[in-house]
Design a protein around this ligand. Structure first.
Ligand SMILES: CC(C)(COP(=O)(O)OP(=O)(O)OC[C@H]1O[C@@H](n2cnc3c(N)ncnc32)[C@H](O)[C@@H]1OP(=O)(O)O)[C@@H](O)C(=O)NCCC(=O)NCCS
Length: 321
């Protein structure tokens, strides 16, 4: 079995690279798409991923990101494992383990302090990661409430609410950067992220709403609707004092439906307010962020779990992976 980088894969394997995602029922992504991601600034690692190849077949692969990590002192680059997949007919042979061990080796050599990944506590993969030294460090909280169809329609004086358009992305980026300036985690987010995700169709401009005060955007929310639930996985206000107006504006939009503050720190930062409004607040979900050190920690250095437990830790929709 050979371990190859993306650029080392022979072109005969390109169709398998695209199709393999389908085994996990995710849409195929062809090589042209990967090239576009890299060209347009998506924070993939230089090598994009590592691929286990044997007998002209792609058997297993791990895709990777290079993400910022602010843990107190300087911002460091860390490894984000974005996708791990082994063909079912090649499972149990130690392929995923070997790819991950190879990643740890090469990223440690680059001086990366941590490797992170998201998984579910109940998945078999969780056991694999634990065996390799990963530990749960964070789980996204949730707050849910069925919003009455008679919910108050009027927003506080001077406040308005509108759909974002592409030219608004620069302002949304500014709001996110101001709101996370003094916080820890996968910040700052890479420049141009809103625009690229819009262009890829992952997060269209129309899924963003802006909270306006005196004609100026002071916060935004990314909203999607799944059946009867309006889901808010990224809600950001520049000034925490605007949280009430933000909740009122989202509730107005979710009238008659469930409203879920999901993988966004907003739900946790403002849990007292949400709880007093009748939301069920859960501190954990089955989704978990795991971390593994790639180096011996320096004296006084804060571990990933210490950083993630700090009230200043911030995380919106998994922060990019
Ligand atoms: C999870 C997955 C990547 C494992 O790939 P794999 O190549 O079969 O894993 P390996 O053979 O390298 O397993 C390595 C170790 O992890 C353990 N492990 C792997 N899958 C496991 C499972 N489902 N339950 C318990 N342990 C598991 C193995 O027991 C093995 O331990 P050992 O080395 O001490 O014997 C593969 O099953 C898969 O692609 N699943 C579907 C996609 C998925 O869930 N990806 C993870 C998303 S976070």
């Amino acid at each position: 079995m050979q371990i190859l980088d993306f650029d080392e894969l022979p072109s005969a394997l390109h169709p398998q690279v695209a199709a393999m995602r389908w085994l996990d029922r995710e849409a195929p992504q062809d090589v042209a798409f990967v090239r576009r991601l890299r060209r347009e600034g998506f924070p993939a690692t230089d090598y994009f991923g590592v691929y286990a190849v044997e007998g002209g077949e792609l058997l297993s692969r791990v895709e990777t990101l290079a993400l910022p990590w602010r843990g107190g002192g300087e911002t460091r680059t860390v490894l984000g494992i974005s996708d791990v997949l082994t063909r079912p007919d090649a499972g149990g042979r130690g392929l995923a383990r070997r790819l991950l061990v190879e990643l740890h080796r090469r990223e440690a050599a680059l001086g990366r302090p941590w490797s992170f990944l998201w998984t579910r506590r109940s998945w078999g993969a969780h056991r694999l990661y634990e065996k390799l030294g990963y530990r749960d460090v964070y789980s996204a909280p949730s707050s849910l409430r069925k919003i009455p169809s008679t919910v108050r329609r009027r927003l506080p004086p001077g406040v308005s609410w509108r759909r974002a358009k592409v030219p608004d992305f620069a302002r949304l980026e500014q709001i996110l950067s101001a709101a996370t300036r003094d916080r820890f985690g996968f910040v700052p987010r890479w420049p141009g992220s809103f625009r690229l995700k819009h262009r890829l169709g992952w997060r269209p401009a129309s899924s963003y709403r802006m909270l306006m005060k005196s004609g100026r955007a002071v916060g935004y929310a990314n909203l999607t609707t799944e059946l009867t639930t309006v889901e808010a996985h990224e809600v950001v206000v520049e000034d925490p004092a605007d949280s009430g107006a933000m909740i009122a504006a989202i509730e107005r939009e979710a009238a008659g439906q469930w409203l879920a503050f999901g993988s966004t720190s907003f739900g946790w930062d403002h849990r007292a307010e949400l709880s007093s409004r009748g939301y069920a607040v859960y501190p954990l979900s089955h989704l978990t962020l795991m971390a593994r050190p790639l180096h011996r920690m320096a004296r006084g250095e804060r571990s990933a779990s210490e950083v993630a437990a700090d009230p200043r830790f911030v995380c919106h929709r998994g922060d990019q992976f």
